[in-house]
Design a protein around this ligand. Structure first.
Ligand code: FES
Ligand SMILES: [Fe+2]
Length: 355
């Protein structure tokens, strides 16, 4: 079951050009395109004439033209042309979905269009700040339910195991024993982790040239249904930046990165993982941006392997019990936030008047 009345990432802005772009979202076939004015549209990818995917057609000045018999649909899904100048049947339309292009993303609203309030879309200004946060982005199709991906991001005790050669660092115990604060938020959960006086992981040393031990942080915020914002970094140990989660001095001058994670369900057991890396160090050096991206890509491929294998195993025995351990606090909060939204949506059904 999916939360429908929510904004999901449908694509990166630069994925959508003046050619149809097909993508299944919440198990619905969607076609996205940019019309001749440059505005983006999202339509049901099923022609109302004979059911052909509209993604097989082409963008024309009046909208998207079906590749089978040439009906043209505008951005609102209304048929505006039947070839040969024939009458357009009044019910000739396909469903259109609200879309908003913002901060390098195309956001789509899959539920009731009258509730598609664009002010609900979160801000991610770093994608527009190339000077301080140069970034690179991509999309991974992943064969797992999108919440397995969120679970993975909400429990970083896996870093010392599956990412020990990349972003993890050498000691699994370091991650399990990190200082941690978890705070419930209206839309999800945020958690901060600190690993004080620790050995910097290989990625950090490569990027920022640390010579000794570091104070290292990871700040995560989950915003339901599918976004995780991350700020991670390290400075030389002993600068006193950490004071029991009351932050002290500047964290400039070390290693710092921002990661955006967006999970959009494709089906019940597949999702799209939209992610970007932005380097808060060596900002004038495009090699730093590219190297960080490549390094994180290695780590995320390690995650992909694990969550896909996990989904396959879970599918073999759906509903079989699983246990919770100490490190699951943030993950449980995230799941609860999604459950709350689902319950709200399901209880929003207008009651039938008695009598
Ligand atoms: S199926 Fe689209 S125009 Fe006929
Ligand atoms: Fe991971």
């Amino acid at each position: 079951m999916f939360i429908r009345n929510a904004w999901y990432i449908a694509a990166w802005s630069d994925d959508i050009r003046q050619t149809p772009f097909a993508r299944r979202i919440l198990d619905e076939p969607i076609v996205l395109f940019r019309d001749s004015s440059g505005a983006i549209a999202a339509l049901e990818d099923r022609c109302c004439h004979r059911g052909t995917p509209l993604a097989l057609g082409e963008v024309v000045p009046a909208g998207l033209q079906c590749g089978y018999h040439g009906l043209v649909f505008d951005r609102g899904g209304k048929c505006v042309l039947v070839p040969g100048g024939h009458t357009i049947p009044p019910d000739a339309r396909v469903r259109s979905y609200p879309v908003v292009e913002k901060d390098a993303f195309v956001w789509i609203w899959m539920g009731d269009p009258s509730r598609a309030d664009r002010s609900l879309i979160l801000d991610y200004p770093y994608h527009n700040d190339r000077k301080n946060w140069p970034h690179k982005h991509t999309t991974y199709p992943i064969k797992c339910n999108y919440m397995l991906l969120i679970d993975n991001l909400m429990d970083l005790s896996h870093l010392g195991f599956i990412h020990k050669e990349t972003i993890g660092g050498m000691s699994p115990a370091l991650h399990v024993e990190a200082k941690m604060r978890t705070v419930k938020t209206p839309a999800g959960v945020r958690f901060d982790r600190w690993m004080l006086d620790s050995e910097p992981p290989p990625t950090y040393v490569k990027a920022a040239g640390f010579k000794g031990r570091v104070d290292r942080w990871q700040e995560f915020e989950f915003v339901a249904p599918g976004t995780v914002l991350q700020w991670s970094g390290a400075v030389d140990a002993g600068r006193g930046v950490f004071k029991d989660f009351k932050y002290g001095g500047s964290r400039d001058g070390g290693f710092s990165l921002r990661l955006f994670h967006g999970a959009t369900p494709e089906t019940e057991n597949r999702c799209f993982y939209f992610w970007s890396t932005a380097n808060g160090y060596r900002q004038n050096d495009p090699i730093a941006t590219a190297e960080l991206f490549d390094e994180i890509a290695r780590a995320f491929n390690q995650d992909k392997t694990v969550v896909e294998a996990q989904q396959a195993r879970l599918d073999e025995n759906p509903g079989a019990p699983l246990i919770d351990i100490h490190g699951d606090g943030a993950r449980i909060h995230a799941r609860r936030a999604v459950e709350r939204l689902l319950a709200q949506e399901n209880s929003a059904v207008v009651p039938v008047a008695a009598g």
